[in-house]
Design a protein around this ligand. Structure first.
Ligand SMILES: [Zn+2]
Length: 410
């Protein structure tokens, strides 16, 4: 009854779809008890963790701090944040005793509670706070869009607290970070700037000034942005970055939003240069966006052939015969100890079968270990992406080659 969604559920999907590739590569599944939510398998989770580590590493160089908060909060919090009025229908609500609680659909309110737990001054700004908490949104989802639209998601979220003078510099910083990341993945994207909607908070002057800044920063970064009139969030204008999937549908990934309103609702303050208390401006931003969606995009973008630094398994060690198993296992162990993600295949199948299996798994390298390799203490390296082969390679040289490939990005 509680069966995993079978391949037949994907009937009619093209082979290029991330759901088909994800199943073949054993990255994730959807299961009946949790509709619209992802069960990450070990390799998919590895991919997700690599992406999180990658941006964490970048953020730590940029002086971010990271926090985490509970998934469940009393609805009092969601009333203050405005989610109760604007987003209640999409929230998962539950009762504990006589009180109502909601699963968090966004990280802003908990970040503001953290902000309020201390005193801040302009000298702490720009204050960059990131988090990777799991969010729950009861939106239309499910099998129909796979990872692109899920009810439970993780964002590479950050909230940056700035003074008015710092908006331009920080927006530039964020656009540059987005460009850098999307460049690494070689993703094509379109950029939109959304202006003041009918229903909004704040003055027209404030909005006009902010939109001017967004336009200026985009231009400075050589980005052609389409203006979306009246499509901003009710609390401020935003820059959205859309990426096309394998079927040509556009999905929003990165978004950088200016917010003049929520800090006031939460009565957030900082001490200015004049010694007085002021309300900060907040930039809400994600670069990947939803990790689930971004991984779906990447699966289709690379068609499962992830670059070495990103591949959940980088190397497969294949023994030619039973006699070579011990040496092959020692190669696997050495690779593991060098921090390389490796699997071994010591079954008694033919080497042709094993190589084909590795190719289907889209593992970048196969190392074939036979009698010749064992005697000369070398390995044969086969690149599964371009079919290139090299014999008599020293293991240390191969490790260095892989590490160099990773270092190009990291
Ligand atoms: Zn936010």
């Amino acid at each position: 009854m509680m069966a995993r969604i079978k391949r037949s559920d994907f009937a009619g999907l093209p082979e290029t779809d991330h759901r088909i590739i994800g199943e073949k590569l054993d990255l994730f599944s959807f299961q009946e008890p949790s509709p619209g939510m992802v069960y990450w398998h070990d390799k998919g989770l590895k991919l997700r963790n690599i992406l999180i580590d990658f941006i964490r590493n970048e953020l730590s160089k940029r002086n971010y701090i990271e926090i985490s908060a509970p998934a469940l909060a009393n609805t009092v919090l969601w009333r203050v944040s405005g989610h109760w009025d604007h987003y209640k229908d999409n929230m998962f609500i539950t009762k504990l005793g006589n009180e109502e609680f909601g699963l968090k659909p966004m990280n802003c309110p908990s970040t503001f509670l953290f902000y309020k737990s201390k005193k801040w001054s302009y000298k702490d700004f720009p204050l960059r706070i990131s988090d990777f908490d799991v969010l729950y949104r009861n939106e239309l989802s499910g099998v129909a869009s796979g990872l692109f639209r899920v009810k439970s998601l993780t964002q590479d979220d950050a909230h940056i607290f700035v003074t008015e003078d710092q908006i331009e510099g920080e927006m530039h910083e964020q656009i540059e970070l987005m460009k850098k990341f999307y460049g690494i993945f070689d993703l094509k994207y379109t950029v939109k700037i959304s202006t003041m909607p009918e229903e909004h908070m704040g003055t027209k002057e404030q909005w006009d000034k902010a939109v001017d800044i967004l336009v200026k920063v985009a231009k400075k970064n050589g980005i052609k942005a389409e203006i979306k009139e009246k499509e901003g969030a009710f609390y401020g204008p935003k820059i959205d970055v859309d990426i096309k999937d394998s079927m040509g549908r556009e999905w929003q990934c990165a978004t950088i939003q200016l917010d003049f309103q929520m800090p006031g609702r939460f009565q957030l303050t900082y001490t200015g240069e004049d010694g007085k208390e002021h309300t900060p401006i907040v930039i809400h931003r994600v670069i990947y966006g939803s990790l689930e969606r971004f991984i779906g995009i990447l699966i289709e973008h690379y068609q499962g052939k992830f670059p070495v630094w990103l591949a959940p398994v980088q190397v497969a060690v294949l023994s030619l015969s039973e006699q070579n198993e011990n040496y092959a296992r020692s190669v696997e162990k050495e690779l593991l100890e060098s921090g390389i993600r490796v699997v071994g295949d010591y079954e008694s199948n033919t080497i042709g079968y094993k190589i084909r299996n590795v190719q289907l798994q889209k593992i970048p390298y196969s190392l074939v270990i036979g009698k010749k390799e064992e005697e000369s203490k070398t390995i044969s390296v086969r690149s599964n992406y371009d079919g290139g082969e090299k014999q008599g390679v020293r293991l240390g040289d191969f490790v260095k080659q892989v590490q160099d490939e990773i270092r190009k990005v990291y």
